[in-house]
Write a protein of this length. Structure first.
Lengths: 115, 109
């Protein structure tokens, strides 16, 4: 079946630094990928929809200049958390849509801790 | 965006019990429906798609009621390993899937 790979799975960084998270679809082309954030014991919150070759669509309340999304190819989308602060510490998950079925395939998630 | 509603629970049931979750959706034009399972600190994983005719996979049965705009998930003979959060996902055809908040299931000995 389709596989989505996300890297890194865990990252710890200092406040003020930037962190890049990669999301790759390994055996299918994903024109659309989604980025979510999940705080402990809370539901997945959609941050943005990443479209290959065009600008991402951000959900209300998500700062596009802080969470930079690049979807330069059909198999790779990246999320960069710029100038990270402790309140950005969270579980970030990407997913890719398998065209036709509407099924979502998720990356393994990236746990960000900002000190 | 249209809403997808789930009872967050937790549903606390003994091993062997049968438990059912419902998920309501507000957009009548919704086209595809899924149940995902999410374990603590892990990514969601597809449990099963939900078809108009209903579908069954072992102890799990999913059903769709378009008239009342809800989908259901029935788990029979609950196992300890079924403890997780169950997410309802509705795709409206715009291909931006909408998630419910998830229903927490705790199966105890």
């Amino acid at each position: 079946g389709a596989v989505v790979s996300q890297h890194p799975s865990r990252v710890i960084c200092k406040s003020g630094t930037s962190v890049k998270i990669e999301c790759r679809s390994l055996d299918f082309q994903a024109t659309t990928m989604f980025w979510y954030r999940q705080f402990p014991k809370q539901s997945l919150m959609l941050m943005a929809t990443s479209n290959e070759g065009s600008k991402a669509t951000y959900e209300q309340g998500v700062e596009k200049d802080k969470f930079l999304i690049n979807h330069a190819s059909l198999t790779l989308s990246t999320l960069t958390v710029t100038s990270a602060h402790p309140e950005d510490s969270s579980f970030y998950i990407c997913s890719a849509l398998a065209g036709g079925t509407g099924e979502l395939f998720f990356g393994e998630g990236s746990r960000l801790t900002v000190l | 965006r249209k809403e997808v509603e789930q009872d967050p629970g937790p549903f606390n049931v003994p091993e062997g019990a049968t438990v059912a979750f419902n998920c309501t959706y507000s957009n009548s034009a919704s086209q595809s429906f899924f149940w995902y399972r999410q374990d603590c600190r892990k990514e969601p994983k597809l449990l099963m798609s939900v078809y108009s005719s209903g579908n069954e996979d072992g102890r799990f049965t999913a059903q769709l009621n378009r008239a009342s705009q809800y989908i259901s998930l029935l788990i029979r003979d609950s196992k300890l390993s079924d403890s997780a959060t169950y997410l309802c996902v509705v795709n409206e055809g715009s291909y931006i899937p909408t998630f419910g908040r998830g229903t927490s299931l705790i199966v105890h000995p």
